[in-house]
Design a protein around this ligand. Sequence first.
Ligand code: SF4
Ligand code: SF4
Length: 384
Amino acid sequence: MTTEGRSFLVVNLKDIVPEELILRSKGKCMASEVFYTSVSQTDGTEIIQEQLHKLLLASQLLDGVNCDERVVLKIHFGEEGNKGFVKPEYTRVIIDKVKERGGVPILSDTNTLYRGRRTNSKDHLELAAEHGFTEEGTGAKIFIPENAEENNVMLPSEHKFIKNAKVAKVYIEADHLINISHFKGHIMTGFGGALKNIGMGCAAREGKLEQHSGMAPLVDHENCVGCEACYEACPAEAITISDKKSYINEERCIGCASCIAACEYSAIDVDWNSGENTIQEKMVEYAKAVLDKKSGQVVHINFAIKITKECDCLAQDDPRICPDIGILMSTDPVSVDKACYDLVVQRCGQDIFKKVHPERDGMKQLLYSASLGVGALEYRLIEV
Ligand code: SF4
Ligand code: SF4
């Protein structure tokens, strides 16, 4: 349906999720507006920038930014070798809009649990610069919290798993939070977008650990050749090698999955029967803690472009698993992720995330978020 140049699509959720849950979600939140522009990487950077600009104008979602207000843009700068992260050229368009409103932008990410070039702020900043995220390139200061002082906000949470969410201060202290996410598959959560970029992405290292723990992987000794790559990759000294076989100490393991990525012999995998999917619920409880604190000050922008099997923490280029969808924007993280998911399923003709990660159901994060009132599963898609 088209009204005044905008296309509207109301998704029939009854075909996708249980009716009872839709009603629960509806009771807490009305259907949210999700603004959408269809773009593909093959359109080229300038066209994508132009479409993004139009999306920002049409949605008016950044119009709440006022003069001298601090606006933190949460992004993932991409692991070394990764090519799926949201490009600095696109980030620049959002930053220009913030500055046009008189806001003071800060571009930020947190350090990782796993060992790599994003483990500490110095290396992380260098890598971000190599990926084009500099103050000259983007127009915003780049900030990666490092010490305890910068990571010390405790947000109360009264849900199933999390009692105190440990979050980096910059995301809480800023007047506005713009959540810029690459929508893609994920080994632990099936897929990841706005909810993951807030829940896991804004967490201090201690908070990431809290969300990942209880997920020690298993070693298949038939495949293990004792090459020690997992031992070298482990940030928690949880791995020992004995008689050319790897052993994981579950007490020490922080569930960061670095060893899975390091093993070239497919000898390490997640123990899917142990603590299965609790990471999604914990992540959602973290997201809720952050969003409750920042009520009305958060805008979510999902880039469903170069949709990959794994997340941008993968230290290599990862091929597309779905044709490009475009850019989606909303004040509701559940709706914007659900809209991305629905469009991916529609475009692929199947749930491609379930196909590439059969042990994971990413819908769990959306259903749990809706049940906690984080956002609505039902949405109105407004094409710009
Ligand atoms: S990386 Fe894989 S093959 Fe090498 S020691 Fe670890 S589990 Fe074994
Ligand atoms: S054993 Fe594997 S998952 Fe556990 S901390 Fe070490 S690298 Fe991370």
